[in-house]
Design a protein around this ligand. Structure first.
Ligand code: LCS
Length: 425
């Protein structure tokens, strides 16, 4: 579908999707239009009948949006991409293309919270059954598959636990059962992981994250591996209507040019920050795919070209310690989202995964004390210094069972006392 597939990924990031436009601009102009005039009635009829290439109406196609779509399809090594209004719009579109009443979907239990909610509320309302399993456990996936299972949906690494799924193994299993595999590749981006290499059928992205990278766009994409899935998927998107507007497409396409550079820096920073956190007494454990302590380190090295920007960690002292730390960062923003140039820190149980409910979070091993950090492209020492300072507030609450003051002072809650106390500074 485009000509850049012969180049290396970092070259593709700069050039893929760029076409020849009137007056020779080197980037796609922003076609900020809703509709395109036909030359005559037969021309309009030919476009509608798909007998001739061209543009009709921007919900159905727009040159600026198409340039972005070609770029994403090239980077993923897919047949084509569809730019959507958000990551959730992309997931809704992709699931709608394969599911109908009476069907069943198997989902990983570690997914972005609203993805679980979409399946368990909207698709359930339409008569689609679902089973959530640990997709790291192939036996559990095999046991969950039913004759009416049409889709196996995974996110790897999972948000926010960073549990990995073996894409090659799960795809083989799903295909044996006649189900398609949809993989959310938001955390890795095509720079670090290309699910089509492992036979995955459809990739979805939140473009809001690393692909745009600058915290100024909400967007999503569906990427299809085969031509057979392209037309039906485009039709669904056209009818659901969640398309990405031209200006947002322009911004994401601009962001993609620096994606490999940004990701490289985020991987270097991410590993250094993860190593730092692992040595902090206030931190109970750290999850980062490229840390040898990650339970699936071997798989990470095989399937991914780097650890990515996201680190999860558990503070000793649970939720109170987490809140305390997050309230004391200065450089890292206390904000949701991830994968951008700036470091962001957040608390999944009360923020991104609150909509899942406590039971679903427990099933997905999202503990109340889990903190998620997305490392940006800043100087890594500045990020580490910021975390060090914030953690020093937690350390002040480190367990001190010998503190007389604590024992005497009834104003300190049991929770605070079990976390330690403020008198032990
Ligand atoms: N997929 C993943 C893996 C995500 O992390 C998100 C958003 C989405 C899909 C949905 O994308 P959106 O519609 O927001 O473009 N994740 C968020 C997060 O972890 N914090 O804030 C949003």
């Amino acid at each position: 579908m485009n000509e850049s597939h012969d180049y290396a990924p970092d070259t593709q990031a700069v050039h893929a999707g760029i076409d020849h436009y009137e007056f020779g601009p080197v980037v796609p102009p922003i076609y900020q239009v809703s509709t395109f005039a036909f030359e005559h009635a037969d021309h309009g009829a030919a476009l509608f009948a798909n007998r001739q290439p061209g543009y009709i109406y921007s919900r159905m196609g727009n040159p600026t949006v198409e340039a972005l779509e070609k770029s994403i399809a090239t980077l993923e090594g897919g047949y084509a991409a569809l730019a959507c209004a958000s990551g959730m719009a992309a997931i809704h579109t992709a699931l709608s293309a394969f599911l109908q009443a009476g069907d069943h979907i198997v989902c990983g239990d570690a997914l972005y919270g609203p993805t679980c909610t979409l399946v368990e509320t909207v698709f359930a309302k339409y008569g689609v059954e679902s089973t959530f399993v640990d997709t790291d456990d192939l036996d559990a996936v095999r046991a969950a598959l039913r004759p009416n299972t049409k889709v196996v949906y995974v996110e790897t690494p999972g948000n926010p636990t960073l549990v990995l799924t073996d894409l090659e193994a799960i795809t083989k299993l799903a295909h044996e059962h006649g189900a398609v595999v949809i993989c959310d590749n938001t955390f890795m981006s095509p720079v670090l992981q290309q699910p089509f290499r492992y036979g995955v059928d459809v990739v979805v992205h939140s473009l809001t994250k690393a692909l745009n990278g600058h915290a100024d766009v909400i967007g999503g994409a569906v990427v299809v591996r085969d031509e057979a899935h392209y037309r039906p998927m485009r039709k669904i998107l056209n009818h659901l209507g969640g398309v990405l507007p031209p200006f947002e497409s322009f911004l994401v396409h601009r962001g993609i040019k620096t994606l490999p550079l940004r990701i490289e820096r985020q991987c270097t920073n991410g590993l250094q920050v993860a190593e730092f956190l692992e040595l902090c007494p206030a931190v109970a454990w750290v999850r980062y795919p490229y840390l040898p302590s990650h339970p699936q380190y071997e798989l990470a090295r095989r399937q991914m070209r780097g650890g990515g920007p996201v680190i999860s960690f558990e503070l000793r002292g649970g939720i109170e310690a987490g809140k305390n730390m997050m309230s004391h960062v200065r450089l890292c923003a206390l904000a949701v989202s991830l994968g951008g140039v700036e470091s962001l820190i957040q608390h999944p149980a009360s923020m991104t995964h609150a909509s899942m409910g406590a039971d679903a979070r427990q099933r997905a091993h999202i503990t109340d004390g889990l903190v998620r950090l997305s490392v940006g492209i800043e100087n890594v020492q500045d990020v580490i210094n910021d975390l060090k300072l914030a953690l020093s507030h937690v350390t002040r609450l480190a367990p001190d069972v010998t503190c007389e003051e604590c024992r005497r002072n009834p104003a300190i809650s049991h929770q605070a006392r079990s976390n330690g106390c403020q008198h032990a500074v």
